[in-house]
Design a protein around this ligand. Structure first.
Ligand code: AMP
Length: 118
């Protein structure tokens, strides 16, 4: 059973911010912004590569509800999902990083220099 499935099953504790029948949102253990929440489907999906359009529809409504609850919907936020090795995905259970609470940086993201690919 993967780490986030254990959190869903309450076998590992997490600081849960919002929960529905199908989705869960909890605080990232190593926050990179004043607000850093992970939103996941309860049913295991490895990554964005495998997620269905139906699950994405539910996730969208859930994340919108989450950002309202956190009162970051008006000030702005960022939603990110990392996929695979180059994406930097460490936990192989689909999760959306919801980041906000202050102005976020938008910096050079790749190891490679983008100018080398022009
Ligand atoms: P990613 O690199 O996109 O796979 O993100 C995995 C995220 O899970 C990282 O930001 C970690 O800080 C976070 N994380 C790992 N273990 C836990 C945990 N037990 N509770 C909450 N967040 C966690």
């Amino acid at each position: 059973m993967c780490l986030f499935c254990k959190i869903v099953d309450k076998k590992i504790p997490a600081n849960i911010e919002l929960e529905s029948d199908d989705f869960m949102a909890f605080h990232d253990i190593n926050p990179k912004a004043p607000v850093h929440i992970l939103a996941i489907p309860k049913l295991h999906v490895d990554s964005f590569n495998e997620v269905s359009a139906q699950t994405m529809g539910g996730m969208t409504a859930f994340i919108q509800e989450l950002t309202k609850k956190l009162a970051i919907d008006k000030s702005g936020y960022r939603v990110i999902t990392n996929v695979g090795e180059n994406g930097g995905q460490e936990v192989k259970h689909l999760h959306w990083h919801v980041l906000g609470g202050s102005k976020l940086k938008w910096d050079h993201l790749a190891d490679a220099d983008p100018k080398d690919f022009l």
